[in-house]
Design a binder for this molecule. Structure first.
Ligand SMILES: Nc1nc2c(ncn2[C@@H]2O[C@H](COP(=O)(O)OP(=O)(O)OP(=O)(O)O)[C@@H](O)[C@H]2O)c(=O)[nH]1
Ligand SMILES: [Mg+2]
Length: 319
């Protein structure tokens, strides 16, 4: 509230300026960041307040926005309501998470012909507070899935220049690895190798489901089966087991195009008849299967061309 007071202008009328709006809280994706670790240590973020209005009809400055920089692939949810607030996939993409509180209105607005010296002003509105959950879902094109020890990381190392840890024991991979597969025509596809899944992963067994989020956005799945791993009657059981776990996490994962890769063929000897029946069984489900040895490199070239073929088909279908 303010009134104009000047030497030769008595009763100059109300001249209280408006208060500035508070700053917004904005989230912005940038390709120069790769993790959310900076949000592990500092957890409270505030945009600046708006400045108060002043006499002579001067509005206060609006508060500076707070921009939270995050890597591509970040999803922001309201922790309390579960509402999805932002899903950031492009460089420089911005989403307004919390608008700043509105600034108040100075008494200049409240003058009427009857009330020339209003002693009222409208106070600014308080800002909002939210508890947010930030999570990172990788933007890989291809997801590598399979039981522990199936040879996923060995295959990733074959298909790309990545050098993930490989070990002759389950759960060698504890965090997803990424690699890039480059094709003849300059096409390059990002492959994500995630930790092995086991029966009951949906109930938290093994490393659980949490890494499946890394393949949610992939366009093609490579489902790796270990031809030597047969505690059950039939290797197809392994295939179904993993599909059940995927369905328990997110049924839509089952609709992704996939190639079944039958690995460790170098250890398999000459039991070709078993392989033919396995391939036939999968074909009946409309699933293509390719035998390889990630260790010796047998079948890798064919796998690469099948991947690129499938990729192109996918692109054509979705353009
Ligand atoms: N003989 C043979 N061994 C293989 C082949 N592929 C992988 N291996 C071996 O299988 C073991 C497991 O390989 P990884 O690549 O670590 O398997 P993974 O699926 O990434 O395993 P987790 O990360 O633990 O889920 C290692 O000892 C590899 O050397 C193959 O084609 N033939
Ligand atoms: Mg691995």
């Amino acid at each position: 509230m303010s009134f104009r007071r000047e030497k030769y202008i008595p009763k100059g009328g109300p001249d209280g300026g408006d208060g500035g709006d508070g700053g917004n809280i904005i989230v912005k994706a940038t390709k120069s960041l790769f993790s959310l670790t900076q949000y592990a240590s500092s957890k409270n973020f505030k945009a600046r307040r708006g400045e108060p209005g002043r006499g002579k009809n001067q509005s206060g400055k609006r508060g500076r926005d707070l921009v939270l920089q995050v890597p591509l692939g970040t999803v922001v949810e309201d922790l309390d309501t579960g509402e999805l607030l932002a899903d950031l996939v492009h460089d420089n993409q911005e989403v307004l998470l919390i608008p700043g509180g509105k600034g108040g209105k100075g008494n200049q607005h409240f003058a009427t012909s009857k009330k020339r010296a209003p002693k009222i002003a409208q106070p600014g509105l308080p800002g909002q507070e939210k508890r947010l959950r930030l999570s990172l879902k990788s933007l890989a094109d291809i997801g590598l899935i399979g039981l522990p020890n199936a040879g996923k990381s060995t295959l990733l190392a074959r298909l790309s220049t990545a050098s993930p840890k490989i070990g002759d024991y389950p759960f060698t991979t504890v965090f997803p690895n990424l690699g890039v597969l480059t094709g003849d025509e300059g096409l390059s596809l990002v492959i994500a190798d995630i930790p092995g899944l086991i029966e009951g992963a949906s109930r938290g067994r093994g490393l659980g489901h949490r890494f499946l989020k890394h393949i949610e956005r992939t366009k093609l799945l490579l489902h790796l089966l270990d031809v030597t791993f047969q505690p059950r009657e039939d290797i197809l059981e392994d295939f179904h087991l993993l599909r059940r776990e995927m369905a328990a996490y997110e049924p839509a994962l089952l609709d992704k195009p996939q190639i079944v890769v039958i690995n460790k063929m170098d250890l398999y000897g000459n039991r070709h008849r078993d392989l033919v029946s396995l391939k036939n069984a999968l074909r009946k489900m409309d699933v293509e299967a390719l035998p390889i040895s990630a260790l010796t490199g047998d079948g890798i070239q064919e796998l690469e061309s099948t991947i690129f073929e499938k990729w192109k088909m996918y692109q054509e279908k979705n353009c």
